[in-house]
Design a protein around this ligand. Structure first.
Ligand code: PMP
Length: 418
C-alpha cells in the first residue's frame, strides 16, 4: 500500500462508510473506455458507470477536448449578474430534448441540490395563494439524495428517517407500485390526494425505475395515472430523472415510456457524461409564473451555479450521445442482461432477476456480503458495487460485446458462489 493509500484509510471518508474501521477501497490509476485501470495493475470492466454517470465511458476525446477548450477561456465565473455561452447553449439544448411544456432551466451543482431546488420551486409555487399546500407526497422505496429535503422524500425505512427523526420535514408516503398491482398504489395515492390535496404541493417520483431505493421497475400506466391525479387534485408533478435521464432506461427520459410531461424535472448524473458535478431543474412556464406570483423570486443560488467547465462538457456529452447509436447500444445491453442473467433465476438465494434498458438486476433473498462479492468480481475482471440484497449493473453504453459478455458472466458466476 502506498503512503497516500494508508493516509486515505486513516483520514478520508468514503460514501456511507466508516472512517474509523474502513472497508477495503481499490485505488484507480486511470480509466479508458469502459475499463478502470487499478493501481495493482488489473484492468477491470466498470459495470457501474461510476454510479450511472459515465455513459460514454472514460477518457473520451470529445469530452476532454471540450474541457480543455473551455479551461483556456475561463474555468468559472459567478452566475449572479453574469452569464456565459456554455450555460445558455446548454439550457437551449436541454429544452430541445425534454418534454415541450418545460421552458425554464435552473442549474444546480449536484442531484441532491437539484431535488432541493425542485421542492423549493413547488413550495414557492403555492406560497402566494395557497400557503397550506406545503407537503410533498411520494411512494415508498424512493431515493432522491442525501440532503435534508431530499432525504425527507426517500423511503422512510431504507432511507435515513430513523437517524434524523424530528429533524426531517414530515412528508406523505403511499405504497410503491408493484407489477400488475400498480392499481392499488394508484388508488391509495388518489385517496390521500382526495383527503389531503389541500396540504400537498407536489408529488415527486423517480419515473419507471426506482434506483438506490431498491432498483425496482414499475408500469408506465402508474405514471400516467399519477399525472392525471395531479391534474385532478391540483398538485404539481416533479419527476426526478437524475438516474434515468439520458437514455439509461431505453428512452432519452423515462417519462417517455408513459408519454407524460412533468411540471418540474430534475436532471443530473449523466448530464456531463460523468465528467463533472452538474444538475439541472427544468420547469414549465406555469411553475415559473406561480413562483413569482407574490412578487418573490426563486430563492436559490449556489456558488458554482452553471459552472462553465461543467456546462461545456455537458454540451459535448449531449452532442456525442445524440450523434451515437445510443438507443441500439442500450437495447443490446438490455438483451444481454435479459438472456444472460436469466440463468440465475433458479439459483439458490435469488429472489428476482430483471432488466430494463442498460440496467441489469439480480435481487437476492438476503443482504449480500459486499466486500467478498467485490473481491470475487474483481478477480473475474469486473467492478460492481452491490448494496443490500442487490447485485446490479448499469455499464457505460459503449462497452464492447466482449466486455458485456464478461460482465454478465461474472454476475452469473458470483451469484452461484453466494
Ligand atoms: N435522485 C436520484 C434518483 C438519484 O439516483 C440520486 C443519486 N444516486 C440523486 C437524486 C442524488 O444525486 P447526487 O448524488 O448527485 O446528489
Amino acid at each position: 500500500m502506498t503512503a497516500w493509500e494508508s493516509f486515505d484509510r486513516r483520514h478520508v471518508w468514503h460514501p456511507y462508510a466508516s472512517v474509523l474501521h474502513p472497508d477495503p477501497v481499490y485505488a484507480v490509476r486511470s480509466a479508458h473506455g469502459a475499463r478502470l485501470e487499478l493501481a495493482d495493475g488489473r484492468s477491470v470492466v466498470d459495470g457501474m458507470a461510476s454510479w450511472w454517470c459515465a455513459i460514454h465511458g472514460y477518457n473520451v476525446p470529445e469530452l476532454n477536448e471540450a474541457l480543455s477548450r473551455q479551461i483556456n477561456r475561463m474555468a468559472h465565473v459567478m452566475f449572479g449578474g453574469l452569464t456565459h455561452e456554455p450555460a445558455v447553449r446548454l439550457a437551449g439544448r436541454l429544452l430541445e430534448l425534454v418534454p415541450d411544456s418545460l421552458e425554464h432551466v435552473f442549474f444546480a451543482d449536484s442531484g441532491s441540490v437539484a431535488v432541493e431546488v425542485a421542492l423549493k420551486m413547488a413550495l414557492q409555487f403555492w406560497l402566494p395563494n395557497r400557503p397550506g399546500k406545503h407537503k410533498i407526497l411520494t411512494i415508498r422505496h424512493g431515493y432522491h439524495g442525501d440532503t435534508f429535503g431530499a432525504m425527507s422524500v426517500c423511503d422512510p425505512v431504507t432511507g435515513m428517517h430513523h437517524l434524523f427523526s424530528g429533524m426531517l420535514p414530515q412528508q406523505l408516503f403511499v405504497a410503491a407500485p408493484s407489477g400488475e398491482q400498480w392499481v392499488y398504489a394508484a388508488a391509495e395515492m388518489e385517496s390521500v390526494l382526495r383527503t389531503r390535496g389541500h396540504e400537498i404541493a407536489a408529488v415527486i417520483l423517480e419515473p419507471i425505475v426506482q434506483g438506490a431505493g431498491g432498483m425496482r421497475f414499475y408500469a408506465p400506466a402508474f405514471l400516467r395515472q399519477v399525472r392525471k391525479l395531479c391534474d385532478t387534485y391540483e398538485v404539481l408533478l416533479i419527476l426526478d430523472e437524475i438516474a434515468t435521464g439520458f437514455g439509461r432506461t431505453g428512452k432519452m427520459f423515462a417519462c417517455e415510456h408513459a408519454g407524460i410531461e412533468p411540471d418540474i424535472m430534475c436532471l443530473g448524473k449523466a448530464l456531463t457524461g460523468g465528467y463533472m458535478s452538474l444538475a439541472a431543474v427544468l420547469a414549465s412556464h406555469r411553475v415559473a409564473r406561480g413562483v413569482e406570483a407574490g412578487g418573490q423570486v426563486l430563492m436559490h443560488g449556489p456558488t458554482f451555479m452553471a459552472n462553465p467547465l461543467a456546462c461545456s462538457v455537458a454540451l459535448a456529452s449531449i452532442d456525442l450521445l445524440l450523434s451515437s447509436p445510443w438507443s441500439e447500444r442500450v437495447e443490446r445491453i438490455e438483451q444481454a442482461f435479459r438472456k444472460g442473467l436469466e440463468s440465475c433465476r433458479a439459483a439458490k438465494g435469488v429472489a428476482d432477476v430483471r432488466a430494463l434498458g442498460a440496467i441489469g438486476v439480480i435481487e437476492m433473498k438476503e443482504p449480500v456480503d459486499v466486500p467478498a462479492i467485490q473481491e470475487s468480481l474483481l478477480a473475474k475482471g469486473v467492478w460492481l458495487r452491490p448494496f443490500a440484497r442487490l447485485i446490479y449493473a448499469m455499464p457505460p453504453y459503449i462497452l464492447t460485446d466482449q466486455e458485456l459478455a464478461l460482465l454478465v458472466e461474472a454476475m452469473v458466476e458470483v451469484v452461484h458462489e453466494c
